[in-house]
Design a protein around this ligand. Structure first.
Ligand SMILES: Nc1ncnc2c1ncn2[C@@H]1O[C@H](COP(=O)(O)OP(=O)(O)OP(=O)(O)O)[C@@H](O)[C@H]1O
Length: 293
């Protein structure tokens, strides 16, 4: 079962501090979405509103066509997990699983046990005895085993070591193929995870900067390298995100479709054109001083 999400003119304030400002987007659902943004850009705030952990100050949110806040029919269909689980320290992993089973009707206990075996987490272990990485592993286990139609991982895997994270990425894809649903992953480890994203949303200082299919977004970025004067001339017609110079050679990262006459010129003059990673696009677009698009 998949559920779409629609956000209309969403604003969230904490007292006088505005964390999200006039955000609108529509997610068709049944896809893996990446939510990116620098520290403090509003990712957790947005995800908390989607998971009904907070109520927006203005605007509307629809999940499966309904307002989710204090709506049990929807909140039981949404599971958001963060870096560690919010259960009493004295609870055992077994207690946590029993609670999770009560929260999410699609909970798959057998699958949760498989995940716990994979992460070598014994059921009798108590939360206070778990390392940071183990708490993350328990968190992602809950997220995946919830089989919630909207499953949200807010930096949930950040505390895990690289082999555990890669095992999680594999598991997300496998489980999503077997049980298609709407999965949202927020992450700072973009290079590791970007191949999972079908669509990407980028928040910048509380505003939605980009919402696009990942491939289309990546395809808009290019790096062009060659002699400085030629590159400067070409770049003057393009939106330049970044420049690097080494002796008389210059490389620019540009954003936007390259017009045919520039492509011809680049080929004629033997300049090098290469792709730009999603991470590089993100870094250049959200760095301090980057122009608002
Ligand atoms: N409980 C709160 N009370 C007041 N301000 C808050 C609260 N939670 C977040 N904020 C502020 O709201 C803004 C967005 O924070 P949020 O945690 O949503 O960002 P984030 O993108 O998840 O950041 P990070 O990547 O660092 O986790 C920040 O300016 C933050 O200081």
């Amino acid at each position: 079962m998949t559920m779409g999400i629609e956000v209309r003119r969403l604003t969230l304030r904490y007292g006088r501090q505005r964390a999200l400002e006039d955000i609108s987007f529509k997610l068709q659902g049944g896809k893996i979405y990446g939510l990116l943004g620098r520290n403090g850009s509003g990712k957790t705030s947005l995800l908390s509103v989607l998971a009904s952990l907070r109520k927006q100050s203005d605007g509307e949110v629809f999940i499966g066509g309904q307002h989710p806040y204090e709506n049990a029919a929807i909140t039981s269909q949404v599971c958001m997990v963060g870096e560690s689980v919010h259960f009493a320290d004295s609870s055992s992993i077994r207690d946590v699983l029993r609670l999770a089973e009560l929260c999410w009707p699609n909970w798959d206990d057998q699958y949760a046990s498989q995940m716990l075996d994979m992460y070598e987490l014994p059921l009798k272990k108590r939360i206070h005895g778990l390392s940071r990485g183990m708490k993350s592993a328990l968190s992602v286990t809950i997220g995946l085993a919830s089989r919630a139609p909207v499953t949200i991982f807010d930096e949930a895997y950040i505390g895990m070591d690289a082999p555990s994270r890669y095992a999680f990425y594999d598991e997300v894809l496998k489980d999503y193929m077997a049980h298609p649903r709407t999965i949202i992953l927020s992450s700072h480890l973009i290079e590791e995870i970007e191949n999972l994203f079908e669509e990407v949303l980028i928040l910048d200082r509380g505003k939605l900067l980009i919402h696009e299919e990942s491939e289309a977004f990546r395809a808009r970025g290019a790096s062009i390298t060659g002699p400085e004067h030629q590159i400067d001339d070409i770049a003057s017609e393009l939106q330049v995100l970044n420049e690097q110079k080494l002796a008389s050679t210059k490389s620019v990262t540009v954003y936007g479709e390259l017009p045919a006459h520039l492509l011809e010129r680049i080929e004629r003059e033997g300049l090098a054109v290469g792709p730009v990673s999603l991470q590089d696009l993100f870094v250049h677009m959200t760095k301090k001083g980057a122009k608002e698009r």
